[in-house]
Design a protein around this ligand. Structure first.
Ligand code: HEM
Length: 400
């Protein structure tokens, strides 16, 4: 097996969009990732993605951002604001877990602290399972923890959520409910399964676990990186404190710039399904692995300029490229949560009052409104449990 490294932007796009390349990063994390959307290819992938994509429609994302999300945010933030301080990582995980659970279709009927705590621990375990390839722990230990966690998720959360939805779908079938009254989440879409895709119970369970961890950990890590970059930027440009609080389009630019510099998945892996040569001349066979360095591609000076490695929210982005680079990948596996988290890219004539900013900008906006600043007594600490460059703890205080 030969490992080919791709670090240029053009090479990364070619590899990610190549029809003869399939997913290879999650083989080690099969205990949780086997047959989830991200690991499928070909027709099986196309059909499942088409089905799930129904939940990510534009008008629903706008409704979610405007009507559903602010309530969850206010409720989660209240106790932290009272305390006057918090760990950004802990807050990010809790708030994004609740939001992703709603999106996935995992009910939390008790609404109790115990129930949230149980789900929170499960998501932590799933996240470690999905990124096993980068874990510093013994593989078999993590795998047994994931298996046990899946059983708890199934019995306590997934089965009751399925039963409730099946009753609602049956009522809809009898004409007692309108389509708008059905829950708008992945589980409902999968149970209705209008396209008749193959979904045995173990696959359904892993898909739910995959969504819970895919949505929450990437969002909370990105939140901490963006907050950190904004702190550093405003330290060097104090005149921008006011702007970042008042100009939400500028704040979204800061978030996109940070997403570009700190992709939640720094690499994507692909495997060729037949021998072929890449445009750069690399000859590949089915036994090879292509490691696509998203973090380097996002800093490619030929696209983002000579200062591509720097955080600069005023950077001019060339036409046809994303301000957040390849952080949400490209090609058939492009992140389904991209617009939910990153929002829509603003144009010169965008109306700030009607714009969809994305969850990360909304979360940071709420923290900035409360006068968030780094805790002067406790510096942030990198996460020691993974090779990924994430923050483990990020203490902040509120000055308003
Ligand atoms: C900052 C936040 C996020 C980042 C950086 C991110 C990044 C990514 C990346 C890089 C991939 C593709 C990996 C590859 O090509 O091998 C991906 C796939 C995916 N993401 Fe995200 N993600 C984020 C948030 C979310 C959220 C909030 C959700 C759902 C609520 C989500 C759902 C998915 C799904 C379903 C896929 C699989 C798509 C497919 O294979 O067709 N992501 N994400």
């Amino acid at each position: 097996m030969k490992e080919h490294h791709v670090s240029s932007y053009a090479g990364a796009v070619e590899a990610l969009r190549h029809p003869q390349m399939v997913q290879a990063l999650y083989d080690a994390g099969a205990v949780i990732m086997h047959k989830t959307l991200l690991t499928l290819d070909g027709e099986e992938h196309r059909l499942r993605r088409l089905l799930e994509n129904r939940v990510f429609r534009k008008e629903f994302l706008a409704y979610y951002e405007r009507d559903v999300f602010p309530a969850t945010l206010t409720a989660t933030l209240a106790s932290y604001l009272d305390a006057g301080r918090m760990d950004l990582i802990d807050f990010g995980r809790r708030v994004t877990m609740n939001l992703t659970a709603d999106f996935a279709g995992i009910d939390r009927p008790e609404g109790s602290a115990d129930e949230t705590a149980v789900l929170f621990e499960l998501v932590k375990i799933f996240s470690e399972g999905a990124t096993l390839v980068h874990s510093k722990r013994v593989k078999s230990e993590v795998e047994s923890e994931v298996r046990a966690a899946l059983q708890v998720l199934d019995a306590r959360f997934v089965q009751p959520s399925i039963r409730r939805r099946q009753q609602l779908i049956a009522k809809f079938g009898r004409g007692e409910l309108s389509e708008e009254e059905l829950p708008r989440d992945i589980l409902t879409v999968l149970l209705r399964n209008e396209d008749r895709v193959e979904l045995p119970p173990d696959v359904l369970l892993r898909e739910m676990a995959f969504y819970l961890q895919a949505g929450s950990h990437s969002t909370s890590n990105s939140l901490a990186h963006a907050m950190h970059e904004i702190f550093l930027w405003c330290e060097r440009h104090p005149e921008d404190w006011q702007r970042v609080v008042e100009d939400r389009l500028f704040l979204q630019r800061c978030v996109h710039e940070s997403l570009r510099l700190h992709p939640a998945s720094p690499v994507a892996w692909r495997r060729p399904t037949c021998p072929f040569s890449m445009q750069g001349g690399d000859a590949l066979t089915e036994q090879d692995r292509v490691v696509i360095d998203l973090a380097s591609a996002n800093r490619d000076p030929s696209i983002y300029g000579a200062d591509a490695g720097e955080f600069n929210p005023s950077r001019v982005i060339p036409r046809g490229h994303f301000p957040f680079g390849l952080t949400f990948s490209s090609g058939v596996h492009t992140c389904l949560g991209r617009d939910l988290d990153g929002g829509v890219i603003a144009k010169p004539d965008t109306d700030p009052a009607k714009h969809q900013y994305g969850l990360i900008s909304l979360l940071i906006g709420a923290l900035l409104d409360a006068g968030v600043r780094p805790d002067p007594d406790q510096p942030p600490v990198p996460d020691a449990h993974t090779q990924r460059p994430n923050w483990g703890r990020y203490p902040v205080v509120f000055t308003r």
